[in-house]
Design a protein around this ligand. Structure first.
Ligand code: ATP
Ligand code: MG
Length: 178
């Protein structure tokens, strides 16, 4: 059997499919008996289908923790300290879980987005992830992945928008977008 080597994976780009790709990987991993955690940096308000689907699999197999509040106000001086605090808390929690040995795959959902809005220091993230236990896989999702993270990663896929129903005025669909 192949040796397990924890990969650092990045799903980024403007097209739809970053979080769903991470969820698909989680689904595959659970099937192989891996324990999976998804920490969500932004989500917290909408009720996403994956929260219930993960519960159906069982908390011991796939746990999703929304640690945001659905949106983040952007802009340096206007950054809400509450958003900064929640991001910090989610990052420190996620890192502890990566280091704990309790999970084989940890997904940091929308971490690229919060790094790009300067709510997290990219150097700190990259250094901490480089020091993680070597068998743990980590997936970072979100637009505008930082170049340092891209350089460090073993696998980077950029979603390119070819078409999106939103441009025709079609709103988010239950079971597809949430
Ligand atoms: P998904 O969660 O569907 O995989 P994503 O993770 O690639 O999407 P995000 O940047 O996290 O995309 O955006 C989250 C929301 O924005 C989702 O509801 C998604 O459908 C929507 N979205 C994603 N890409 C686009 C796009 N190119 N145009 C409009 N809406 C988009
Ligand atoms: Mg996403």
């Amino acid at each position: 059997m192949a040796e397990q080597k924890g990969l650092l994976i990045v799903y980024t780009g403007p097209g739809k499919g970053k979080t769903t790709c991470a969820l698909g990987t989680a689904f595959r991993a659970v099937g192989q008996g891996l324990r999976v955690l998804m920490v969500q940096f932004i989500k917290g308000s909408w009720h996403y289908g994956e929260l219930d689907a993960a519960k159906m699999l069982g908390d011991d197999k796939f746990q999703i923790l929304p640690m945001g509040r659905g949106f983040i106000k952007i802009g340096g001086a206007e950054t809400d300290p509450e958003d900064a605090r929640m991001v910090r808390e989610a990052w420190e929690f996620g890192l502890r879980q990566i280091e704990s040995g309790s999970y084989d795959l940890v997904i940091l959902d929308e971490i690229n987005y919060v790094i790009s809005y300067k709510l997290l220091d990219p150097a700190e993230v990259v250094e901490a992830l480089a020091r993680r236990p070597e068998q743990v896989h980590v997936i970072c999702t979100g637009r505008n992945a930082h170049p340092k993270l891209v350089e460090q990663a073993d696998l980077v896929t950029e979603m390119r928008e070819v078409k999106h129903p939103y441009t025709k005025g079609i709103l988010a669909q239950r079971g597809i977008d949430y």
